[in-house]
Design a protein around this ligand. Structure first.
Ligand SMILES: [Zn+2]
Length: 449
């Protein structure tokens, strides 16, 4: 009260637990607060001693659903809707997930909303409209996903903080959630060894355990290969260790500062997954989001080319709209077709890259990753943008021919690509501007000599 601040009685609530009506009356008389029953909300989270019931989870689902109509999703492209899902829809539950374990039913309902919004922009979606499986979309970008958060894993990563906090402060974890405890144990140096030591022996300090290698008899249970490998690795690590006089403490070895972070815990849950070649580079390339999203679909082979439509029985022939000879796959449109190669030839000649980059008929993304390595480092990012731009306009030319019957010659398309490249430069793609300037400088030098 010395600060001059007063409690706002209208905003204050008293929640008596296990109180007799007389006690409640006395509280009301003394405090003049509104009296509400238990369970109640505290800091925006339901305060409960049991799991959330569906009736209590429903308002959270409605909160997510209420965001969608205002965005007019069908006026946005898929990449724009993806950005909204990542920034807004996925973030609503973070605060609640820190404290509470959301039920699979609730996560399923929210996933349905997020999936529907990304692929259709409305409140319902047919299976065929979802171009890539939802599990793949929820993986990190370098593993071929869209980097959309997997709500179950996010929840586990967030709640591991309580185990970490308890352990750091020398207490046994209060949580009984198995997946959370399993993650904490899995991120120790030797998880199988840790599991094979009884909880009574875990109270021993590091110095006591290291004395005469006393820790080895503490490891009990079947001698699996993994256990033996981990014991061998531990012995290597312990060789020549000098103990500090400070008390024992837990370290989180997934982050550089060895302190827990939710991002490192989330990343740890994808350990062992193999990265997808090109996935990381696609999202690192300087290009508009929708173009990067298109190449992500190319990576997963999810563009409706004639060959794919033919395989699904949707059209009678799989032949390419450009050359009318070979099957129309994405690799063929982007690189293999005689039409595309002519376009590439004109563009690369214009950029003075014909010697450095040889167009070959092969897997398009593999060719891009190899071709960029043949260039000086300063031009690699510019070439990435140019590859995306040319690929994107080749696909648009294919669509114009297929759906509108409008044809361009290779020279016309190449000049459109270079025109668009200048527009991208004006929009701030600096590395691409560097690559174009190189071509202009070479042409000027050739003209003057
Ligand atoms: Zn062709």
């Amino acid at each position: 009260m010395a600060s001059g601040l007063f409690s706002n009685l209208d905003k204050s609530v008293a929640t008596p637990i296990h109180c007799s009506p007389l006690d409640v009356q006395r509280v009301q008389a003394a405090l003049a607060f509104k009296v509400e029953g238990f369970p109640c909300k505290y800091l925006g989270i339901p305060l409960l001693v049991y799991k959330l019931k569906r009736s209590e989870e429903r308002p959270l689902i409605d909160k997510v659903a209420a965001r969608i109509p205002g965005w007019k999703g069908n006026l946005l492209n898929t990449a724009g809707r993806m950005a909204l899902v990542k920034a807004a829809l996925s973030a609503i539950l973070i605060h609640t997930s820190i404290a509470l374990c959301l039920s699979p039913w609730m996560i399923g309902a929210i996933d349905k909303l997020r999936r529907t919004f990304i692929w259709a922009g409305t409140d319902s979606v047919a299976g065929g409209q979802c171009k890539v499986a939802w599990e793949t979309c929820c993986r990190p970008k370098e593993l071929g996903g869209l980097g959309i958060s997997d709500l179950r894993r996010v929840g586990i990563a967030l709640r591991v903080r309580w185990v970490w906090k308890d352990r750091r402060e020398g207490r046994y974890p209060e949580t009984k959630e198995r997946s959370v405890l399993a993650l904490f144990h899995a991120v120790t140096l030797a998880p199988v060894v840790f599991r094979s030591v009884s909880s009574r022996k875990l109270k021993v300090t590091v110095a006591e355990a290291l004395h005469n290698n006393d820790w080895v008899p503490h490891v009990t249970g079947p001698a699996t290969l993994q256990l033996l490998v981990e014991i061998g690795r531990l012995c290597d690590l312990l060789d020549g260790v000098n103990l500090s006089p400070n008390p024992d403490t837990f370290l989180w070895w997934f982050s550089q500062d060895q302190a827990y972070s939710a991002a490192s815990a989330y990343g740890a849950m994808f350990f062992g997954s193999s990265p997808l070649l090109g996935a990381k580079q696609i999202w690192k390339t300087a290009a508009p989001l929708r173009v990067r999203f298109f190449f992500w679909l190319v990576l997963h082979g999810r563009c409706w080319t004639a060959e794919r439509r033919f395989r699904h029985g949707l059209q009678p022939t799989p032949t390419c709209i450009f050359c009318d000879q070979l099957p129309e796959t994405m690799d063929h449109i982007l690189l293999g077709c005689s039409f595309s190669r002519e376009v590439w030839h004109i563009c690369l000649a214009n950029l003075h890259l014909l010697q450095a980059v040889v167009v070959r008929e092969e897997q398009a993304l593999g060719w891009w990753l190899l071709a960029r390595k043949g260039l000086p480092k300063v031009f690699r990012r510019g070439f990435d943008s140019f590859f995306f731009l040319a690929g994107w306009l080749l696909w648009k030319e294919r669509n114009a021919r297929t759906f509108d019957g409008v044809l361009s010659t290779p020279a016309q398309l190449a000049s459109r690509i270079l025109e668009e490249a200048n527009a991208w430069c004006a929009a701030g793609f600096k590395q691409l501007a560097g690559l174009l300037a190189r071509g202009v400088a070479f042409r000027a030098a050739a003209a003057s000599s």
